[in-house]
Design a protein around this ligand. Structure first.
Ligand SMILES: *Cc1c(COP(=O)(O)O)cnc(C)c1O
Length: 394
């Protein structure tokens, strides 16, 4: 029987020990013991479904997280990693070799850009960056030698929404695989696999934990890709998730749907109210009808996510607004239950050369707002008051 995501988020992947515990157990163990030399030999030859060898390869608590998130995403299988970047690097490095070509959208999380331009390029992978919104640019860049395409389904921090189905069609026609970093879409609103993604990556550090505690990531895809391509690479290179973090993430998945839906509802309301002010240079939120990819967002995700961006016009105003906030915290994470404000130009994207900032729209007045679980009314009062201060201080 097929189950809804909310049911899967609570039950999928559960492994009960002989004690029949209600809450999932933390198997805080690196290794596993064998009943005999023959049993050890047999397990190394072919480990069964619930047979583990070493926590770098797999662990029962980690397996619970992998199966639960894979079920939620509609993926056949998954490999959990120490961080979101371990997942991005692991997937891309496992899937490519010297001489291969990769096409990626230019608007990427800084570390993803580093993995493509500094790491993969040094190992002989040719990388072409394109404007992710420009389907002609994708079509021109993808060649018969293209091994995979990579993009963030909603880009950071300017929240451009990439058409997964359209890019996947172009990639698949050339025999290339589609790898999607789906952090901003969240597993709650993701349809990446039905739309054509072969591999979906999450930083579990963001909405999945959602409470600012730990790092984690996951690579999701077909059994073939995960077990034959990703697992051998990951298990020998050491980017495994710790059992403790896997326990935290598996428990967090139980409330992910409720948290993210509440955050999205507040983000949608605040985006509308911010737009109504009329004095902001830009209010960017994929769930606003004024967003250039609003129709695509509705078709692809059905909601605009938990992050919005505003342009207050200058760095001075941006700083005075940030400093006037009483509830929203100044930090650089996102997806947290606590609302967070970030000034990308001077923090997350500080090191980007000015021409790259201009190209990506990272203006001096741009602020990224990750909306949390506080009351929409309180957040709105906080934002409006801080904006009033910022505009008055001109
Ligand atoms: C945060 C983030 C990552 C990296 O995740 P970590 O868990 O911090 O390593 C990758 N991609 C996107 C889009 C992110 O937001």
């Amino acid at each position: 029987m097929t189950r809804d995501k909310r049911t899967l988020a609570v039950h999928a992947g559960t492994r009960r020990s002989q004690y029949s515990e209600m809450s999932e157990a933390i198997f805080m163990t690196q290794g596993f013991v064998y009943e005999s030399a023959e049993a050890a030999e047999a397990r190394f030859e072919q480990a069964g479904e619930d047979e583990f060898i070493y926590a770098r390869y797999g662990n029962p608590t980690v397996r619970m997280f992998e199966e639960r998130i894979a079920a939620l995403e509609g993926a056949e299988d998954g490999f959990a990693t120490a961080s979101g970047m371990a997942a991005v690097h692991g997937a891309l490095a496992a899937m490519t070799q010297a001489g291969d070509h990769v096409v990626a959208a230019r608007a990427l999380f800084g570390s993803c850009l580093y993995v493509l331009e500094e790491v993969l390029a040094c190992f002989g992978v040719q990388v072409t960056l394109v404007d992710g919104l420009d389907l002609d640019a994708w079509a021109q860049a993808i060649t018969p030698n293209t091994k995979l395409v990579f993009f963030e389904s909603i880009s950071n921090p300017t929240l451009e929404v990439i058409d997964i189905a359209a890019v996947a069609k172009l990639a698949h026609a050339a025999g290339a695989l589609v790898v999607v970093d789906n952090v901003f879409s969240t597993p709650v609103y993701s349809n990446a696999i039905p739309l054509g993604a072969d591999v979906v990556i999450y930083s579990a550090t963001k909405h999945i934990d959602g409470q600012g505690r730990g790092l984690g990531g996951v690579i999701l895809g077909s059994k073939e890709i995960i077990r034959s391509i990703v697992e051998p690479f990951m298990k020998h290179t050491g980017g495994a998730m710790s059992p403790f973090n896997a326990w935290m993430m598996v428990k967090s998945l139980e409330t992910l749907d409720l948290r993210v839906r509440a955050q999205v509802a507040t983000a949608t309301e605040l985006a509308g109210l911010l737009e109504q002010r009329g004095d902001l240079a830009r209010v960017i939120y994929p769930g606003l009808p004024s967003h250039p990819q609003f129709a695509l967002t509705q078709a692809q995700m059905g909601a605009g996510g938990t992050v919005l961006a505003i342009d207050v016009g200058s760095k001075v105003r941006a700083f005075s607004m940030i400093n006037a906030l009483e509830i929203m915290l100044i930090s650089n994470n996102l997806g947290d239950s606590k609302s967070i404000i970030t000034h990308p130009a001077t923090t997350t994207h500080q090191r980007l050369p000015q021409d790259q900032k201009d190209l990506l729209g990272i203006m001096p007045g741009l602020l990224r707002l990750s909306i949390g679980l506080e009351s929409a009314k309180d957040l709105n009062s906080d934002l409006q008051a801080a904006l009033d201060v910022a505009f008055l201080s001109d």
